[in-house]
Design a protein around this ligand. Structure first.
Ligand code: G3H
Length: 482
């Protein structure tokens, strides 16, 4: 999609294979192809976004609010007609279960409608007059410029759009690069973009980051880098920008969210939540629980019951009833998870569940590892996959000290009885992370709540409400009070 038009790509193509397969028979099938762009094409695409934003010429940044809303509404209505197609591609391309794929689609549609409503309110609230110090100020809210937007493979629709939609509605123009896995499922929506937005407002690039995204950053013409993914890519792209002070960042990055299970916890509930928290979408969520701290007094019982529950989870195709575990889209992931398991075993951990670490070509069965220590890779790294490190603790103060050393600070799940008595602990935790989940696993939603993190976990805040503000700036016209 370039300059508002779907352009037929005549150059080299990249093949996109399916993620799914059965456990005993791995047959990735060709699902489709996407353009393999080069630097020159990427820079042409950037020109479209720049022209559509051009001062005094681009109609989008100065368009009336009601007209921008009309375009967005038109888009989401067309999008809704593509539900079945997109949901199928979500299952095939990234192995997300049917209920989760449907949820991702519906959540995205809701996100767009909520954004439209919040934008109307924001516009009413922002467009104000203030008389102060002999000045009449007409305050308003305006766009930031051209946004380079990169979405992740685990939420290729929802999180990509959580960046793109607020950026567009605030009057910015955008170039977006879909993730390598989960790229085809955006194709059915490109036509809807074409039909809904003026030329150049939204543009797509495909290809390797260093071949297409890096050259765009190098031009220094990008005003906002909006990325959900890993810090390595974010830093590499920032480094390309020649005028770093001009670049705004909106980043959703890694996390290592812990579960803390106190002796007073309802163990059935804690186990249920830890199963979901660690293994929804095979642990490939930035909000997944990536380490479990269990109090020494209940450690034995927790470990025994938790490991048994993990072994009872059903592995299969995303559309099968009751399936929890599905194949992994990243080809190197099973081998990486295996490395983490082997490293932990060498350093003294055991696999607590019988099926833990069983591999097929594109899957590895979740392993529950105990006792995990700080020297192990699985303790240090964001595994983003099916392996669950468990560590016990006796003194909560020591544990808080340990958590304070983490490079991440997104969320925590705290399991214990009597929330009032836990208040002092909650007060400390909420200053270590940005969301404390009481007796429940971590999650991003509902999408109207702030989603962010401390340290290396995020820059800026996303939510329907916050993203509109993140992608805009308050400006004003001042006239003298004569
Ligand atoms: O991968 C990170 C996502 O923000 C997780 O979102 O908590 O809704 O699954 P979720």
């Amino acid at each position: 999609l370039d300059n508002g038009k779907l352009v037929k790509w005549e150059g080299k193509m990249d093949e996109v294979h399916s993620t799914i397969s059965s456990t005993d028979e791995y047959k990735p099938t060709l699902l489709g192809t996407v353009p393999h762009m080069d630097e020159k094409t990427a820079l042409d695409v950037l020109d479209s976004a720049l022209n559509a934003y051009e001062y005094g010429k681009g109609e989008w940044p100065t368009m009336k609010v009601k007209d921008r809303i009309k375009c967005m509404r038109n888009f989401v209505e067309l999008m809704e007609t593509k539900r079945e197609e997109v949901v199928k591609l979500l299952m095939w391309e990234i192995g997300k279960t049917l209920p989760d794929s449907e949820k991702e689609f519906d959540r995205t549609v809701d996100y767009i409608y909520d954004t439209i409503e919040d934008y109307k309110q924001l516009d009413r609230d922002s467009d104000t007059f203030q008389k102060v110090g002999g000045i009449n100020a007409h305050i308003r809210r305006g766009p930031l410029g051209v946004v380079l937007c990169l979405g992740p493979y685990n939420y290729p629709l929802n999180e990509t759009f959580a960046l793109l939609i607020p950026a567009l509605i605030m009057g910015n123009t955008a170039v977006f690069k879909p993730a390598k896995h989960g790229v085809l499922l955006l194709s059915p929506l490109l036509d809807a973009f074409q039909k809904s937005f003026p030329a150049g407002v939204i543009n797509v690039i495909y290809g390797r980051g260093r071949e297409v995204a890096a050259p765009i950053m190098k031009t220094g013409r990008i005003d906002v880098l909006a990325l959900i993914g890993n810090s390595k890519s974010a830093i590499a792209l920032q480094d390309q920008h020649p005028y770093k002070n001009r670049l705004r960042l909106i980043l959703g990055l890694e996390a290592k969210n812990p579960a803390i299970i106190l002796p007073s916890a309802d163990l059935d509930l804690a186990i249920d939540e830890c199963i979901n928290g660690t293994l929804s979408y095979n642990g490939q969520r930035c909000t997944a629980l990536k380490i479990v701290y269990v109090h020494e007094d209940i450690r034995e019982e927790f470990n025994k019951r938790f490991a048994k529950r993990v072994d009872g989870l059903k592995f299969g195709q995303p559309w099968e009833e009751g399936v929890k575990l599905t194949p992994l889209p990243e080809p190197g992931k099973p081998a990486y998870i295996k490395e983490l398991i082997d490293d932990a075993k060498e350093k003294g951990a055991e696999i607590l569940n019988a099926k833990g670490g069983e591999t097929s070509e594109n899957y590895i069965y979740p392993a529950v590892l105990y006792p995990v220590t700080e020297s192990m890779r699985v303790y240090q790294e964001e595994q983003f996959g099916p392996v669950i490190p468990v560590k016990s603790f006796s003194d909560i103060q020591d544990l808080l000290g340990e958590m304070a050393k983490s490079n991440y600070g997104q969320q925590v799940s705290l399991f214990g009885d009597n929330v009032d008595a836990l208040a002092p602990l909650i007060d400390v935790l909420v200053n270590l992370v940005c969301r404390v989940n009481l007796n429940s696993s971590c999650q991003r939603g509902p999408d109207v709540l702030p989603f962010t993190g401390r340290k290396d976990s995020a820059v800026g805040t996303l939510s329907v409400h916050d993203a509109l503000r993140s992608f805009s700036i308050r400006t004003f016209v001042a006239s003298k009070d004569n």
